[in-house]
Write a protein that binds this ligand. Structure first.
Ligand SMILES: Cc1cc2nc3c(=O)[nH]c(=O)nc-3n(C[C@H](O)[C@H](O)[C@H](O)COP(=O)(O)OP(=O)(O)OC[C@H]3O[C@@H](n4cnc5c(N)ncnc54)[C@H](O)[C@@H]3O)c2cc1C
Length: 465
């Protein structure tokens, strides 16, 4: 528990109204979107880089854990303060500092919500490609810290592809600027890249310079219906090798289809084993040609039917079904949502492995995901009050992770490692690379105050002597 003297110093530094230590406030900041929970000793709500820096100077001097936090929509336990200490919540640093349509650049504070930036740049005919499904709540600081992705990352890449520069407060309170605002920049080591995806363990992001793109003129949505999920997976490869790089290729299996249809009729076929939602975008003149190629590729892969949405309302209805998956699956019971990625050619095998693991452990395993970029989200439906079932869930999750690694894939496509997967990191990383990561952690954070226990076990990153 933090000494009352330190809380008093924090209140004097930031103002008492932005330093919260009542039991109710501590509970409100004790969890994220996982099942993990732990109370911070105190919650600090900075308004500026100077206040973040002042907080870290105190924490560094006193060796207090600091857990950066955005909207706490994280799915790997990253924002949960498992060692107590300071919850450094950045949501009040939520100003868009600049939008420059000529340079295609935006500069933002970390607490800006992804959707707010999308809406602001949309007024200039621009867009910011990374679009996590949590875009209406997740902050850009959280997106950077997790290197977030989303449906349209197949075509455009992930958050790291759109970050030109950062301002980062380091563990001792010093302020580091990395990168810049040019597309090309090979001046020194890529520290911007190092901070992206570091899950709040190397520094606190306080300003982000982002690359924007002009908004494409038109978009079409294709729904392809399959009696066999393997055919749906193979269709994606056929679409891409036919010369079309779709904006999105979203897979929903039969369980997901029936779960969303139970909530509302989205017009999806409940007897299908899988559907694909494939969007293409570009100039209207070229779009019909791309839709034709997508249709031909899906039919060649064995689609039962392929349908191009008529107008925006129908496309929106289909996408609403996709967005409804996660809440709809919650109706089936408790759910452990997973996130793995494999090379695209191994997707059919990975999907079959997940289904076999489900059968082996007698668990329902609905599957959806961004599939075109190899990213799948198998869910394990369970009952958290049933200890025997939860033991099977843990074993099934482990087998899914190991299958992904065996197929040349990775433990996490976009949700990060955090607390949830840190015990598997050793099996997923080259040992020399892992050792270098630990050295970097000790270099950046010698007293192990920044988000301790995330990515690596606390014992591995324990304080330097
Ligand atoms: C319904 C739902 C759908 C989702 N869909 C997607 C998806 O499609 N794609 C995807 O990638 N993710 C998705 N997520 C996961 C989550 O939204 C993302 O990981 C998001 O980037 C987290 O942002 P946040 O602001 O909520 O961060 P938090 O959860 O608050 O924090 C996440 C991590 O970032 C660190 N952090 C936060 N801010 C900073 C900062 N300023 N400096 C340093 N470290 C920081 C925290 O310490 C923590 O480790 C989804 C989550 C939900 C609940």
């Amino acid at each position: 528990m933090i000494d009352a003297r330190i809380i008093k110093e924090l209140k004097q530094t930031l103002g008492a109204e932005r330093v919260l230590d009542s039991p109710v406030d501590r509970v409100a900041y004790s969890y994220d979107a996982t099942w993990a929970e732990a109370l911070p000793d105190v919650v600090v709500l900075p308004l500026s880089t100077a206040e973040v820096s002042a907080t870290l100077r105190i924490a560094h001097r006193e060796r207090i854990a600091v857990v950066p936090r955005g909207a706490a929509s994280g799915l790997s336990g990253g924002a949960v303060p498992i060692m107590g200490g300071i919850c450094l919540c950045l949501t009040r640093m939520n100003r868009i500092l600049e939008i420059n349509p000529e340079e295609l650049v935006a500069v933002v504070q970390p607490g800006v919500v992804n959707m707010d930036l999308q809406q602001a740049v949309g007024r200039y005919g621009l867009f910011f490609p990374p679009d996590p499904a949590s875009w209406d709540m997740a902050t850009l600081g959280g997106n950077v810290a997790e290197n977030a992705g989303g449906p349209r990352c197949l075509k455009y890449g992930v958050t790291k592809d759109y970050v030109l520069g950062l301002e980062v407060v380091l563990a001792d309170g010093s302020v580091m600027r990395t990168g810049g605002r040019t597309i090309k920049n090979v001046t020194g080591y890529d520290l911007t890249g190092l901070i992206i995806g570091s899950e709040g363990t190397l520094g606190v992001v306080t300003e982000i310079t982002l690359k924007l793109l002009p908004k494409p003129a038109a978009r079409s949505t294709v729904l392809a219906i399959f009696d066999h999920i393997e055919a749906a997976c193979q269709a994606v490869n056929r679409v891409i090798t036919s010369g079309v790089l779709p904006l999105t290729t979203e897979l929903m299996d039969g369980d997901c289809i029936r779960a969303v249809q139970r909530q509302r009729d989205y017009g999806l076929p409940e007897d299908a084993d899988a559907v694909l939602l494939i969007d293409v975008e570009g100039w209207p003149e070229a779009l019909q040609r791309e839709v034709d190629l997508v249709q031909a590729a899906c039919e060649a892969a064995g689609a039962r039917a392929v349908h191009c949405a008529h107008g925006e309302a129908e496309a929106e209805r289909l996408w609403a079904a996709r967005r409804a998956i996660s809440p709809a699956l919650a109706e089936l019971g408790d759910k452990l949502g997973e996130d793995i990625a494999v090379p695209r050619s191994r997707i059919p095998e990975m999907v079959m492995r997940i289904r076999a693991i489900g059968r082996k452990f007698d668990l329902r395993t609905p599957i959806f995901g961004h599939i075109g970029d190899g990213n799948l989200h198998p869910y394990l439906i369970c009952d958290r009050s049933d200890a025997a079932m939860m033991a099977r869930v843990r074993q099934a999750a482990e087998e899914i992770f190991l299958a992904a690694i065996e197929l040349g894939g990775t433990l996490s496509g976009e949700h990060g490692i955090g607390l949830a997967k840190r015990d598997y990191l050793e099996r997923a990383l080259d040992p020399v690379a892992r050792a270098q990561m630990l050295r970097l952690k000790r270099l950046f954070d010698p007293h192990n105050i920044l988000n301790p226990g995330k990515l690596f076990a606390e014992t591995e990153t324990a304080s330097a002597p």
